[in-house]
Ligand binder design. Structure first.
Ligand SMILES: Nc1nc2c(ncn2[C@@H]2O[C@H](COP(=O)(O)OP(=O)(O)O)[C@@H](O)[C@H]2O)c(=O)[nH]1
Ligand SMILES: [Mg+2]
Ligand SMILES: [Zn+2]
Length: 353
């Protein structure tokens, strides 16, 4: 393998797809440590469909087999991953290696209390999408924001469907946590602003429940430039209305956006620091509580309780913070229990609860 080959031409494409120096280095290091097929090349995973993966490479898109299932020790690729693809006699084009992730959005595995699941990788911005046609759902937005910040990417909130609803005072708290963009696909409000938020080579992922307008935003961002639209559409065999997989879409000359299917249940995973950031109004007061380990429930001398009594913090917001905090604390305890009893099958342990 030559580590240079993939960059000899088409370098701008991989760069606009978000290729960073550290990934180039990781690819070179991997090539130096392994005997690789001369055809091996670097690419970015656009979508994963069971064992098959679509990978954007320097001059197009290839479909490769992910053999992480055959080999348990291998990291399974997710959308946004940088991976080494190469042909082999047995399975054809396949994913040889997933390169280290710069950032990753991780949730608790919905099927397992004590393991995690990477949703997307190498993202720069996570846009939490909420529709203004729906009632404000602070609990959901807070949870998604914790997930967003925990990924290592910059959070962003997008309030869609401005034509169908007002941006009431209920949304004001968001301003202290993340930038907010208000959009309407109906009249084009905020689309330019959103497009400007995606720098060259940057990756933005949309998250939120189904129906809030994530795919519509993707189309609006891409559709403004007819040539880009044609190019993106030609590589897109699926309709956009039913987003079933996490899908990476190229904005030629700009960056990439990742559309996701609606995520309803999202368990947090070891996201304590991000939690404190989303609830900075609460956590900033904690050092003033009399007890260092104050839970802000019944303790005397609790500065947070005082702020609630004074009307500075809503009691419901404190309650939501405590709920998420408890979720993470229970998870940490479960993980510790599992580590102490390594012989117990994870599944059995889960069932017994
Ligand atoms: N009125 C209005 N409808 C919108 C807007 N954005 C999306 N929609 C509609 O909301 C529905 C769901 O949009 P979609 O993009 O599929 O949502 P997703 O599930 O989050 O990807 C579709 O019928 C869209 O036409 C908007 O800004 N205004
Ligand atoms: Mg969609
Ligand atoms: Zn307290």
């Amino acid at each position: 393998m030559s580590t240079r080959r993939p960059y000899s031409h088409g370098v701008t494409r991989l760069e606009s797809l978000g290729l960073h120096e550290e990934t180039i280095q990781a690819f070179a290091d991997f090539g130096a440590s392994t005997e690789l097929n001369a055809e091996a090349q670097l690419g970015r995973v656009a979508r994963v469909d069971r064992g098959e993966v679509d990978v954007l490479v320097e001059d197009g898109e290839v479909r490769a087999v992910s053999d992480s299932q055959r080999s348990q020790s291998k990291i399974a690729p997710v959308t946004g991953d940088w991976a080494v693809v190469a042909p082999d006699d047995e399975v054809g084009l396949h994913i040889v290696q997933v390169l280290p992730r710069r950032t990753a959005m991780v949730r608790r595995d919905p099927a397992e209390q004590v393991s995690d699941q990477v949703l997307v990788a190498n993202i720069d911005r996570v846009a939490v999408v909420h529709g203004l046609d729906q009632a404000a759902n602070d609990a959901r937005i807070e949870r998604f924001l914790v997930l967003a910040i925990d990924s290592g990417a910059e959070p962003l909130v997008i309030l869609t469907k401005r034509d169908l609803g007002e941006v009431s005072d209920e949304y004001r708290w968001l301003d202290s946590v993340a930038p907010v963009i208000v959009t309407s696909a109906e009249d084009g409000t905020g689309i330019e602003e959103l497009r400007d938020a995606i720098g060259v080579g940057e990756t933005l992922v949309f998250i939120g429940p189904s129906g809030v307008g994530k795919s519509t935003l993707v189309n609006a961002i891409v559709g403004d430039n007819v040539a880009e639209t044609a190019e993106v559409r030609s590589g897109d065999r699926r309709g956009r209305h039913t987003t079933t997989v996490r899908e990476l879409i190229e904005l030629p000359g700009a960056g990439v956006v990742i559309d996701t299917p609606g995520i309803r249940a999202i368990g947090l995973w070891a996201a304590d620091i991000a939690l404190d950031e989303v609830f900075a109004d609460v956590t900033a007061l904690a050092p003033s509580c009399r007890f260092r380990d104050c839970t802000h429930r019944q303790e005397p001398g609790c500065a947070v309780k005082q702020a609630v009594d004074a009307g500075e913090i809503q009691a419901v917001r404190l309650a939501r913070y405590q709920l998420l905090w408890q979720e993470l604390a229970e998870q940490a305890r479960d993980i510790e229990l599992r580590q102490r009893a390594p012989s117990t099958s994870r599944r059995n342990k889960r069932r017994r609860k």
